[in-house]
Design a binder for this molecule. Structure first.
Ligand code: ZN
Ligand code: ZN
Length: 105
C-alpha cells in the first residue's frame, strides 16, 4: 500500500452545505445540518468552516451523509469530463462513493 499525500480534499467537503440557511443549532453541530434531527455519537463531523466572523461546526447523521454523497456523486458525474471518459469515474466520484458506502446502512 502506497501512502498518499493528503492533497485531495476530503469527500466530506464536497457535500453541499448552505451555511447561510442553517439554524443556530445546526451551526453548532447539535442537530443534523440536512434534516435537523438530534445527533448522537454516530454523528459525522463535516469539518469546521469559517463563515464571516464566526466558525461553524456542521455535523450530520450518517444516513444524510450517505444520501448527500450519492446525490453529489450523481450530479458530479453528469458534468465531469473525466467521469465520462472513465466508467469507474474520477477520483472525486470515487471518494464520494466511498463516503456513501461508509455511511450507508
Ligand atoms: Zn440527517
Ligand atoms: Zn469526475
Amino acid at each position: 500500500m502506497t501512502p498518499r499525500q493528503d492533497t485531495a480534499p476530503s469527500a466530506l467537503t464536497l457535500l453541499p452545505l448552505d451555511i447561510e440557511g442553517l439554524s443556530e443549532q445546526q451551526r453548532r453541530g447539535i442537530v443534523c445540518v440536512y434534516d435537523g434531527i438530534a445527533l448522537d455519537t454516530t454523528a459525522v463531523d463535516l469539518g469546521q468552516r469559517p463563515h464571516g466572523q464566526i466558525q461553524v461546526f456542521p455535523r450530520a447523521c450518517p444516513r444524510c451523509v450517505a444520501d448527500q454523497a450519492a446525490e453529489t456523486a450523481g450530479a458530479h458525474a453528469a458534468i465531469c469530463e473525466s467521469c465520462v471518459d472513465t466508467p469507474a469515474g474520477c477520483e472525486t466520484v470515487a471518494a464520494l462513493r466511498r463516503l456513501h458506502m461508509e455511511h450507508a446502512r
